[in-house]
Design a protein around this ligand. Structure first.
Ligand code: PEP
Ligand code: MG
Length: 323
């Protein structure tokens, strides 16, 4: 099976009815681009940049966080590693299941870390840190195609603050005479409130990327890291599928890009459904790409559309998908 899949590496991901599908890689470090290219990814759909910041326990806070130059070099390495293919860099998403270091991991500061200060909330609470990251990303964009992705947005006010900080980062670079590039701007849809107010998001962003891991957690009120409720963490819950379907449909209606970058994108049990819902961009761990490509090559999206509608309306979508 592995050998057979390996032969698909250089084959373009096109469905039986000629629909081109983008299979992208999720990475954690610039060096992961090697594996992404090997797996046949046509870009990086999610660079979880927080991994550059995590596990740096020693020293003062200043030396614990990578400075602008160190970040710039890392983002540039990722861009170069992808050899001209686009790289989607998500701004830092620490907190909750991704503590910055063992100190904050051990400190039970927050009662509900998944509902607390994480991701964009963390960035907006520390604008100097956020601006440093934004400048590094904008500078790296002079070396290739970068898409800037913002995690965990829910409020129009957060969108406004984020966009104005991005403008401010550009102004700082202008003042310094630094070279930087254009970036496409995207928002993650991983809080139900965001999926229910897509209009606000599509006004401001070029593309959306659905983070199903958190979208499931917040829709079903299931802590994704809590084993005692893991049996209730159901990606096929009709409510989850409804939010995913509506997000894809609204982006397509408005001609905006849309991807799924949560685990669902790399799960072959969902490939046909997502294709049927109109998704053409999937981002996943590189090890999943060939198996998903095999599903894409066998799919006829024309037939899957009607079938996907039925799955959405079912009380038991998992059974409907299997049948
Ligand atoms: C997600 O929530 O689906 C996602 C891709 O982000 P992360 O898993 O890093 O929270
Ligand atoms: Mg997430």
């Amino acid at each position: 099976e592995r050998g057979r899949l390996a032969r698909l590496r250089h084959k373009p991901a096109i469905t039986l009815d000629g629909q081109r599908v983008e299979l992208l890689a999720n990475i954690e470090m610039p060096e992961d681009t090697v594996g992404a290219v090997k797996a046949g990814a046509v870009g990086v759909g999610l660079f979880r940049s927080e991994f550059l910041f995590m596990g740096r326990d020693t020293g003062t806070r200043q030396t614990r966080l990578p400075d602008e130059e160190e970040q710039y070099q890392a983002y540039k390495r990722a861009v170069e590693g992808m050899q001209g293919m686009p790289v989607t860099i998500r701004t830092i998403d620490v907190g909750a299941d991704k503590p910055l270091d063992s100190i904050s991991a051990n400190k039970q500061e927050h009662l509900n870390p998944a509902l607390g200060l994480r991701a964009i909330r963390w960035s907006l609470a520390d604008p100097a840190m956020f601006l440093t990251q934004l400048r590094a990303i904008l500078r790296a964009a002079a070396h290739g195609e970068i898409h800037l992705l913002i995690p965990m947005l829910a409020h129009a006010s957060e969108i406004r603050q984020t966009l104005s900080l991005i403008d401010f980062a550009r102004a700082e670079l202008d003042n310094r005479g630094a070279v930087y590039g254009h970036v496409k701007l995207g928002a993650m849809i991983e809080i139900p409130a965001a999926a229910l107010t897509l209009r606000i998001f599509l006004k401001h962003f070029d593309f959306l990327s659905i983070g199903t891991n958190d979208l499931i957690q917040y829709t079903l009120a299931i802590d994704r890291a809590d084993e005692s409720v893991a049996h209730l963490y159901d990606p096929a819950h009709p409510a989850v599928l409804r939010l995913v379907a509506d997000t894809i449909a609204e982006c397509r209606r408005q001609g905006k890009g849309v991807a799924v970058c949560g685990e669902m994108a790399g799960d072959v049990a969902f490939t046909r459904l997502l294709l049927g819902l109109g998704l053409r961009s999937f981002s996943m761990h590189p090890s999943r790409i060939l198996a998903v490509k095999q599903e894409v090559l066998r799919a006829d999206t024309g037939k899957l559309e009607a079938w996907a509608k039925g799955v959405l309306e079912s009380d038991d979508p998992a059974a409907a998908m299997a049948g």
